[in-house]
Design a protein around this ligand. Structure first.
Ligand code: SF4
Length: 295
């Protein structure tokens, strides 16, 4: 086991992100997960379920995120994993909504209806450039659970099309989250605004409403024709090393990852979690606060 400092996390526990053991049909140029699905040797639904149960026992109120790959490419397997997550948790599903000839839209709607008391939000990937195979927008409007559009603004995106992109979701009950290519983010530039082209573009087209954030990530909030918009920035890793007032140096964990083979990691960067040490994790208040509010 890799050496680590005593663990600390926010009240409720670090978010647990589960990588489903099956792939998507896309090849987004910014994808940091795709390579892991090239060789599925050792992927195990059973081991993932065991790890979900283990993490629920340690932090029964943490958030769970299902991602991939494509969580909704195999609704039966997703159901088995969801059934391991008690209702004390908030549950988020990152998906492209894969409704095609082999999986009709009705299957996805039935799945969401069946799990509507468990699913907190379905985060649907739709980008300004056509990177993912898209099901019909009408399906999004019919989802019986809260849902949000996630859009990565990658390299030279067509900025002048931002208003039309947001308009596309009008009347479909969604908010829109724009995301930055995380790989460039550092603690030094996380809050720097001068050279942030995306922020500049968003302020040009939408009404700025404020900023919230913490030492790991932040969100710039906007509004456009009644649609809530956020611009999310985060560091490309999820552990911050900091010495507390008690003089102890802690690894402060924001995200825990359950890999496709059931292994549990303490960071996106491949660091295994010492699960027994995490059972003694020290909690601190959630450090996500509003930094600026525009009336
Ligand atoms: S849909 Fe998601 S998992 Fe699939 S290639 Fe795109 S970013 Fe990667």
């Amino acid at each position: 086991m890799t050496q680590h400092n005593p663990y600390k996390t926010r009240e409720g526990g670090a978010t647990v992100t589960v990588f489903v053991p099956y792939d998507c049909r896309n090849n987004c140029p910014f994808c940091v997960n795709k390579a892991e699905y090239a060789d599925m040797t050792g992927f195990s639904l059973e081991k993932i379920c065991e790890s979900i149960v283990r993490m629920d026992r340690i932090t029964p109120y943490c958030d769970f995120v299902f991602t991939g790959g494509e969580p909704m490419a195999n609704l039966d397997s997703l159901q088995i994993m969801l059934d391991k997550v008690p209702n004390t948790h908030r549950v988020f599903i990152n998906t492209t909504l894969p409704a095609f000839s082999d999986q009709p839209a009705e299957d996805i709607l039935h799945f969401c209806e069946r799990n509507k008391d468990k699913i907190t939000c379905v985060n649907i990937s739709r980008h300004m450039q056509h990177y993912v195979e898209e099901s019909k927008d009408e399906l999004i409007a019919r989802l019986p659970v809260r849902h949000r559009i996630n859009c990565v603004l990658y390299q030279r995106y067509p900025a002048e099309q931002l208003p039309a992109f947001v308009e596309r979701w009008k009347g479909k009950g969604v908010s829109v989250q724009f995301r930055y290519d995380y790989t460039d983010t550092t603690p030094e530039n996380l809050y720097r605004t001068e050279d942030d082209v995306i922020l500049h573009d968003l302020k040009r087209y939408f009404t700025y409403k404020g900023l919230d954030g913490c030492r790991m990530r932040n969100g710039y909030h906007f509004e456009y024709n009644g649609i809530e918009i956020t611009y999310h920035r985060t560091l490309p890793y999820s552990t911050i090393v900091e010495t507390g007032e008690d003089g102890v140096t802690y690894d402060i964990l924001y995200d825990i990852i359950i890999k496709q083979n059931g292994d549990i990691h303490s960071d996106w960067t491949g660091v295994p979690l010492d699960v027994e040490a995490y059972e003694k994790v020290v909690f601190e208040p959630d450090d996500q606060v509003w930094i600026e509010v525009v009336e």
